[in-house]
Design a protein around this ligand. Structure first.
Ligand SMILES: Cc1cc2nc3c(=O)[nH]c(=O)nc-3n(C[C@H](O)[C@H](O)[C@H](O)COP(=O)(O)OP(=O)(O)OC[C@H]3O[C@@H](n4cnc5c(N)ncnc54)[C@H](O)[C@@H]3O)c2cc1C
Length: 395
């Protein structure tokens, strides 16, 4: 006997858990199906630094990411409160908006104008004017006493945020389950064709499998000399997680460097995530010695007390990335399947707004709307939501 649901969500990573929680709160009957276990270890979200840094990221992103990021940080602020108030774990997710500190060693000062000119080229001028502040040595010491005397100049990107990634995954799941989401763990590599076998009958499917959905995103383009681009590819990212009881930092710190630009994101209890490499590679084998040396040396150059830190984890994951490095939602009206993907290096920064848009599409599908891709979110975020024409793209 199959169980009946409104929505089956494939993939219990960041997007899948957020969507499950939002949809069940809206009164939907939701099944959440994951190839791995409830600890989230199969997800890119499990290793992420979870910085919410629209301005810092604008140095390497499109304006769309800044805009989705600003909208999403507003949502996180409200949702973290809502999660804390619900019958879940009783745990409050660590979330703060203490800004990002950007510093550089004196011999790398040429990196600063490059960084600021990229930010100015992409971010809205009023945001740059309001949030990007020059700091001298005294200003840095005032914000981060641990770095006193170490850097002569810096930038504060005020108001930028951060989350505890693993607490987000844990609390979202606890609240979703408490509200009635039915979870299937260790399901193996599934797609919507496997739902019947799993005893699930759903009116709509929301595919949040990240890189695991690769086969459902056909190659694009093909006119250039390099041929068609994969519709979804992985970008290898390596991060170290260390315990450094002698280091006190109050906000993420980014070190501008010509070869090893790194960030150090403090988490509760003197845990720090040091990252991240970004390699054009689908390889998910363990971290290379070279990457470990680069990340840990850069942290040591930021503060020598990192020399006595204990390395807890050296992690590798691949960021699910679209050819344009932007998120996308694809709607197969006939099959009642919505695919959300391409969160790339910005999943924590932008997922609330992207998931909200996907949930709007799911609602429209369930309501039998013949133009489910044309929801109000598609007006707000032009190009992000698009219909899939013709045959299903399943392999
Ligand atoms: C090193 C690193 C650092 C990062 N730092 C940041 C940061 O500071 N700020 C930020 O905003 N973002 C950051 N990100 C990006 C962020 O983690 C991703 O964008 C985000 O996790 C993507 O979410 P997702 O739900 O699409 O995929 P995932 O989080 O990867 O979740 C996908 C889920 O689907 C499951 N799955 C896959 N295939 C199947 C299948 N066939 N059947 C069933 N289940 C399946 C997986 O096991 C997984 O649980 C970072 C990423 C990396 C790798």
């Amino acid at each position: 006997m199959k169980k009946q649901f409104d929505v089956a969500i494939l993939g219990a990573g960041l997007a899948g858990r957020l969507a499950a929680w939002r949809l069940v709160r809206a009164g939907r009957r939701v099944a959440l199906i994951e190839r791995a276990g409830p600890d989230g270890a199969g997800a890119a979200a499990h290793v992420a630094a979870a910085m919410l840094a629209p301005l810092a990221e604008s140095a390497i992103s499109e304006r769309r990411i800044v805009e989705l990021g600003l909208a999403s940080v507003d949502l996180w602020r409200a949702w973290v409160d809502e999660l804390a108030g619900e019958a879940g774990t009783g745990e409050r997710v660590f979330f703060q908006e203490a800004g990002t500190l950007v510093v550089w060693h004196a011999h790398d000062r040429g990196e600063m104008p490059l960084f600021t000119s990229r930010v100015r080229a992409v971010a809205p001028p009023e945001l740059v004017g309001e949030r990007m502040r020059r700091l001298d040595a005294g200003g840095i010491a005032g914000l981060e006493p641990a770095l006193a005397g170490r850097f002569q100049q810096g930038l504060l990107l005020a108001g930028e945020g951060q989350l505890d990634n693993r607490a987000v995954l844990r609390v979202l799941l606890a609240c979703a389950v408490a509200a009635g989401v039915h979870c299937v763990w260790e399901a193996g590599e599934v797609d919507e064709g496997d739902l019947a076998r799993l005893g699930i009958d759903a009116r709509a499917v929301l595919d949040c499998r990240g890189l695991g959905a690769r086969a459902a995103w056909p190659a694009e383009g093909g006119t250039g000399s390099r041929g068609p681009l994969p519709g979804l590819r992985g970008l290898r990212g390596e991060v170290a997680r260390v315990y450094a009881p002698d280091v006190e930092l109050h906000r993420p710190v980014r070190l501008l460097h010509p070869r090893y630009p790194i960030y150090i994101a403090p988490k509760p209890n003197h845990l720090f995530v040091i990252g991240a490499t970004e390699l054009e590679s689908e390889d998910d084998s363990p971290m290379s010695v070279r990457s470990a040396l680069e990340l840990l040396s850069a942290a040591y150059s930021l503060h020598p007390a990192f020399g006595e830190a204990r390395v807890l984890e050296l992690n590798v994951q691949r960021r699910p990335t679209r050819p344009d490095h932007l998120p996308a939602i694809r709607v197969d009206q006939q099959a009642c399947v919505v695919r959300l993907n391409g969160l790339y290096r910005h999943g924590f920064l932008i997922s609330p707004a992207v998931v909200q848009a996907a949930c709007e599409v799911v609602d429209a599908l369930l309501a039998g709307d013949p133009a489910a891709h044309a929801v109000s979110a598609s007006v707000r975020w032009p190009g992000m939501i698009a219909p899939v024409h013709g045959a299903a793209v399943l392999h």
